[in-house]
Design a protein around this ligand. Structure first.
Ligand code: SF4
Ligand code: SF4
Length: 159
Protein backbone atom coordinates (compact mmCIF):
# COMPACT_ATOMS: atom_id res chain seq x y z
CA UNK A 1 0.00 0.00 0.00
CA UNK A 2 1.28 3.41 -0.99
CA UNK A 3 1.06 5.11 2.41
CA UNK A 4 2.63 2.15 4.21
CA UNK A 5 5.43 0.84 2.00
CA UNK A 6 5.40 3.20 -0.96
CA UNK A 7 4.01 0.53 -3.30
CA UNK A 8 0.81 1.28 -5.20
CA UNK A 9 -2.05 -1.16 -4.64
CA UNK A 10 -3.45 -3.23 -7.48
CA UNK A 11 -6.57 -1.04 -7.46
CA UNK A 12 -4.47 2.11 -7.79
CA UNK A 13 -2.49 0.64 -10.66
CA UNK A 14 -5.61 -0.56 -12.48
CA UNK A 15 -7.16 2.89 -12.09
CA UNK A 16 -4.43 4.26 -14.38
CA UNK A 17 -4.71 1.70 -17.16
CA UNK A 18 -7.33 1.83 -19.92
CA UNK A 19 -8.88 -1.41 -21.19
CA UNK A 20 -6.85 -3.84 -23.26
CA UNK A 21 -8.92 -2.82 -26.28
CA UNK A 22 -7.71 0.76 -25.94
CA UNK A 23 -4.13 -0.44 -25.45
CA UNK A 24 -3.86 -1.79 -28.97
CA UNK A 25 -2.50 1.72 -29.44
CA UNK A 26 0.26 3.14 -27.24
CA UNK A 27 -1.01 5.20 -24.29
CA UNK A 28 0.56 7.10 -21.40
CA UNK A 29 0.17 5.59 -17.95
CA UNK A 30 0.69 8.06 -15.11
CA UNK A 31 1.88 6.29 -12.00
CA UNK A 32 1.36 9.39 -9.94
CA UNK A 33 -0.89 8.63 -7.00
CA UNK A 34 -0.43 11.49 -4.57
CA UNK A 35 -1.52 15.10 -4.59
CA UNK A 36 1.68 17.03 -5.22
CA UNK A 37 2.30 20.49 -6.74
CA UNK A 38 3.51 19.32 -10.13
CA UNK A 39 2.30 19.62 -13.73
CA UNK A 40 5.04 19.34 -16.40
CA UNK A 41 3.31 16.26 -17.81
CA UNK A 42 0.22 18.34 -18.56
CA UNK A 43 2.04 21.40 -19.87
CA UNK A 44 4.38 19.36 -22.09
CA UNK A 45 1.72 17.31 -23.86
CA UNK A 46 1.26 18.71 -27.38
CA UNK A 47 -2.16 17.07 -27.62
CA UNK A 48 -3.60 18.39 -24.36
CA UNK A 49 -4.20 14.80 -23.29
CA UNK A 50 -3.19 15.15 -19.63
CA UNK A 51 -5.49 17.14 -17.40
CA UNK A 52 -4.59 18.56 -14.01
CA UNK A 53 -6.72 21.67 -13.95
CA UNK A 54 -6.33 24.88 -12.00
CA UNK A 55 -5.28 23.26 -8.73
CA UNK A 56 -1.72 22.13 -9.41
CA UNK A 57 -2.02 19.56 -6.60
CA UNK A 58 -4.62 17.60 -8.52
CA UNK A 59 -3.51 14.19 -9.72
CA UNK A 60 -3.07 13.94 -13.51
CA UNK A 61 -5.74 12.26 -15.62
CA UNK A 62 -4.98 11.04 -19.13
CA UNK A 63 -7.60 11.42 -21.86
CA UNK A 64 -6.90 8.21 -23.77
CA UNK A 65 -8.90 9.47 -26.74
CA UNK A 66 -6.40 12.29 -27.17
CA UNK A 67 -3.19 10.52 -26.16
CA UNK A 68 -1.10 9.41 -29.16
CA UNK A 69 1.55 7.61 -27.11
CA UNK A 70 4.20 10.01 -28.39
CA UNK A 71 6.22 9.76 -25.18
CA UNK A 72 7.00 13.45 -24.68
CA UNK A 73 5.46 13.45 -21.22
CA UNK A 74 7.74 10.58 -20.14
CA UNK A 75 10.77 12.84 -20.47
CA UNK A 76 9.05 15.76 -18.79
CA UNK A 77 8.10 13.99 -15.56
CA UNK A 78 10.64 14.72 -12.80
CA UNK A 79 9.40 11.72 -10.85
CA UNK A 80 9.91 9.20 -13.69
CA UNK A 81 6.28 8.34 -13.03
CA UNK A 82 5.04 7.94 -16.61
CA UNK A 83 5.41 4.97 -18.94
CA UNK A 84 3.94 4.28 -22.36
CA UNK A 85 2.10 0.97 -22.60
CA UNK A 86 0.76 -0.96 -25.58
CA UNK A 87 -0.43 -4.49 -26.31
CA UNK A 88 1.23 -6.06 -29.33
CA UNK A 89 0.03 -9.60 -30.05
CA UNK A 90 0.71 -11.60 -26.87
CA UNK A 91 3.17 -9.09 -25.44
CA UNK A 92 2.95 -5.94 -23.40
CA UNK A 93 5.24 -3.30 -24.82
CA UNK A 94 6.46 -0.52 -22.56
CA UNK A 95 8.52 2.59 -23.13
CA UNK A 96 10.22 3.43 -19.85
CA UNK A 97 12.29 6.32 -18.59
CA UNK A 98 15.70 4.95 -17.61
CA UNK A 99 18.50 6.90 -15.95
CA UNK A 100 20.91 4.24 -14.72
CA UNK A 101 24.08 3.27 -16.54
CA UNK A 102 25.06 1.22 -18.40
CA UNK A 103 22.09 1.49 -20.71
CA UNK A 104 20.60 -1.72 -22.05
CA UNK A 105 21.47 -2.83 -25.58
CA UNK A 106 18.87 -3.82 -28.16
CA UNK A 107 18.37 -7.58 -28.18
CA UNK A 108 19.44 -8.15 -24.61
CA UNK A 109 17.17 -9.91 -22.14
CA UNK A 110 16.90 -8.09 -18.82
CA UNK A 111 14.93 -8.91 -15.72
CA UNK A 112 11.42 -7.45 -15.53
CA UNK A 113 10.71 -6.03 -12.09
CA UNK A 114 7.48 -5.25 -10.24
CA UNK A 115 6.65 -2.26 -8.01
CA UNK A 116 8.10 -4.04 -4.97
CA UNK A 117 11.42 -4.56 -6.74
CA UNK A 118 10.93 -8.29 -7.26
CA UNK A 119 11.95 -9.97 -10.50
CA UNK A 120 8.77 -11.32 -12.14
CA UNK A 121 9.65 -12.04 -15.77
CA UNK A 122 12.11 -11.60 -18.58
CA UNK A 123 12.06 -8.40 -20.63
CA UNK A 124 13.35 -8.13 -24.21
CA UNK A 125 15.08 -4.83 -24.94
CA UNK A 126 13.61 -3.66 -28.26
CA UNK A 127 14.83 -0.09 -28.60
CA UNK A 128 16.87 2.47 -26.67
CA UNK A 129 16.40 6.15 -27.45
CA UNK A 130 18.88 8.57 -26.03
CA UNK A 131 19.46 12.12 -27.19
CA UNK A 132 21.78 14.87 -26.06
CA UNK A 133 18.73 17.12 -25.63
CA UNK A 134 17.47 14.90 -22.84
CA UNK A 135 20.86 14.31 -21.36
CA UNK A 136 20.07 11.87 -18.57
CA UNK A 137 16.85 10.12 -19.35
CA UNK A 138 16.83 7.39 -21.98
CA UNK A 139 13.61 5.90 -23.30
CA UNK A 140 13.89 2.11 -23.20
CA UNK A 141 11.35 0.06 -25.15
CA UNK A 142 10.86 -3.47 -23.83
CA UNK A 143 8.35 -6.25 -24.23
CA UNK A 144 7.19 -8.64 -21.51
CA UNK A 145 4.59 -11.43 -21.46
CA UNK A 146 1.09 -9.91 -21.54
CA UNK A 147 0.12 -11.49 -18.21
CA UNK A 148 2.49 -9.09 -16.45
CA UNK A 149 1.09 -5.91 -17.98
CA UNK A 150 -0.24 -4.61 -14.65
CA UNK A 151 2.66 -5.85 -12.50
CA UNK A 152 5.73 -4.97 -14.56
CA UNK A 153 7.22 -1.54 -13.92
CA UNK A 154 10.89 -1.49 -14.98
CA UNK A 155 13.94 -3.48 -16.02
CA UNK A 156 17.03 -4.54 -14.15
CA UNK A 157 20.25 -5.85 -15.65
CA UNK A 158 20.70 -9.56 -15.07
CA UNK A 159 23.56 -9.99 -12.61
S1 SF4 B 1 2.23 10.19 -24.63
FE1 SF4 B 1 2.21 12.11 -25.84
S2 SF4 B 1 0.05 12.43 -26.31
FE2 SF4 B 1 0.11 10.93 -24.66
S3 SF4 B 1 -0.12 12.14 -22.79
FE3 SF4 B 1 2.10 11.88 -23.17
S4 SF4 B 1 2.73 13.72 -24.33
FE4 SF4 B 1 0.48 13.56 -24.42
S1 SF4 C 1 4.93 15.41 -14.11
FE1 SF4 C 1 5.02 13.33 -13.23
S2 SF4 C 1 5.11 13.65 -11.00
FE2 SF4 C 1 4.39 15.59 -11.92
S3 SF4 C 1 2.13 15.47 -11.88
FE3 SF4 C 1 2.81 14.68 -13.88
S4 SF4 C 1 2.98 12.45 -13.59
FE4 SF4 C 1 2.94 13.38 -11.53
Amino acid sequence: MLNRDGVASKEQVLSRFPSNEVLVKAKAITECYEEIPCNPCATSCPFDAIHIGEDINTKPVVDFDLCTGCGICVYSCPGLAIVIAQIVNDKARFKLPYELRPLPIVGEIWDGVNRSGDVICKALIEKVTYTARVDRTALVQVSVPLEFIHEFITVRRVL
